[in-house]
Design a protein around this ligand. Structure first.
Ligand code: SR1
Ligand code: MG
Length: 433
């Protein structure tokens, strides 16, 4: 028997069923929303549920003329688990606020068209001409310039939502207004607690169990992860995306620069790269290195997959995006720096010091994300779709990354990361897919 969720505006069964969007009631819903009915023709609208995330319902909607939009509805529970894991629908309100704040600072954000605060529905631009970055990576597609663009986005919002741009009082007001305790609690449990201390929700294939047991007995690794939990809980530097993994990014076009041989063949130029971050429901004020660290760990997952599938050059180029994206992030923050509100209070030494902290944090948070996507509840397809041998190779490499990123985060270099990838994914250990 299906359990009915219990909370707030959804508390009784009749109300719940009248409020949840379905493919059938979406046209009626759209015609009732002034902000939407002029954008698509409700009479010919076809809605298809496409949500493949962990939390929400997502409908892709298209009318007969081909006009499109996306509706995303927060339910009063976590979709991955069901009504047994209640979760505030207010996450939709926080996501809407974060998208608005981020879209004002960066073009690389999926646009919000409308927000229905009563039914917790976000109407978003349709990006079905894009693909999810993780899917592209898993298929062996181009990552050219994507992590670098995302690092610029992180820098734009890091500066624009910090006290440097807003001034201290407005910054504190915004940080307070952006509190997202329930979603942060998921992050605290899944990223900063369960992989290290053990939990019912953890799982790995048998082949990795000894590696995980050894790590969980390693006090240095566990202690370093607890330090990162402390950073996440106590640092409020900027309004983070909060879940910036490769499944939270749409991409279209791009691809490597044209090679001489492609030019000689008159190969068509690749479409201009479009990068759009989405799914910001975990947004909160936090340490800037959290967004960069999640991005980095997920680039490492793509590299570990490539390495385990016998593509060492691709693996190295994916591992190298940590350094290239960091360089882009640093350049971008220095470019914003002259626009700080009060230069007299913040000399250049301030930014130089902050950058050192962000780099250390980013390594540490990458180490947490690397571990939790192997051990914890929310897995990644980069690893899960591999056969047994490749899974063992890539999973062991990611847990090795996790240990080094966490324990050595103060002294680590980007070359160390690439070297670690090379030694963790020896070409002789490479397996079929
Ligand atoms: C129950 S939510 C699990 C994970 O999915 C989201 O995308 C976040 O990464 C969260 O940790
Ligand atoms: Mg998500």
């Amino acid at each position: 028997m299906t359990k009915e969720p219990v909370s707030g505006k959804w508390s009784d069964r009749t109300t719940y069923h009248s409020r949840v969007l379905t493919s059938d009631n979406v046209p009626g819903y759209v015609s009732g929303r002034a902000a939407l009915r002029g954008l698509v023709e409700p009479g010919t609208l076809v809605a298809t549920e496409v949500g493949d995330g962990n939390l929400n319902l997502v409908f892709r909607c298209a009318d007969a003329a081909g006009r499109r939009l996306v509706l995303k509805q927060a339910l009063p529970y976590v979709r991955l688990v069901g009504p047994d894991w209640p979760m505030t629908e207010e996450r939709a309100t926080r996501e809407a606020g974060a998208i608005r704040a981020h879209a004002a600072l960066s073009g690389d954000v999926c646009q919000l068209i409308d927000f229905d605060a009563d039914r917790y529905v976000l109407a978003l631009e349709d990006l079905s001409d894009h693909e999810v970055f993780r899917t592209r990576l898993n298929d062996g597609g181009s990552h050219h310039e994507v992590a670098e663009r995302l690092a610029e986005y992180v820098a734009d919002v890091a500066f624009g939502t910090s006290f440097l741009a807003l001034g201290e009082e407005e910054f504190r007001r915004r940080a307070a207004a952006s509190a997202n305790p329930e979603l942060c609690a998921i992050t605290e449990d899944l990223i900063f607690t369960e992989p290290y201390l053990g939990a019912q929700r953890n799982s790995v294939r048998a082949t990795l169990e000894p590696v995980v047991a050894a790590l969980q007995a390693d006090g240095g690794w566990v202690g370093a992860a607890m330090s990162m939990k402390h950073r996440f809980l106590t640092s409020q530097e900027a309004l983070l995306h909060g879940d910036l993994h490769t499944g939270s990014v749409f991409v279209r076009g791009g691809g490597p620069e044209l090679t001489a041989s492609a030019l000689a063949r008159s190969a068509p130029a690749p479409a201009r790269l479009s990068v759009k971050a989405f799914d910001a429901e975990f947004a909160c004020y936090g340490p800037v290195g959290f967004d960069l660290g999640l991005l980095w760990a997920n680039m490492l997952f793509a590299g570990a997959r490539a390495g385990a599938l016998g593509q060492p050059d691709r693996a190295r180029s994916l591992f190298a995006t940590l350094e290239s994206s960091w360089e882009r992030f640093v350049e971008r923050l220095w470019r914003h720096w002259p626009a700080r509100r009060d230069p007299a209070k913040y000399p250049d030494a301030f930014l130089a010091g902050w950058l050192r902290e962000i780099m250390r944090d980013s390594f540490g948070f990458a180490g947490c994300e690397a571990a939790r996507r192997v051990i914890g509840l929310a897995k990644v397809s980069d690893l899960e779709t591999l056969d047994e041998d490749a899974y063992r190779v890539a999973g062991t490499a990611m847990l090795g990354f996790s240990r080094t990123l966490l324990i050595d985060r103060d002294t680590l270099s980007f070359d160390d990361v690439v070297d670690l990838g090379r030694s963790g994914l020896p070409e002789s250990a490479v397996q079929g897919g």
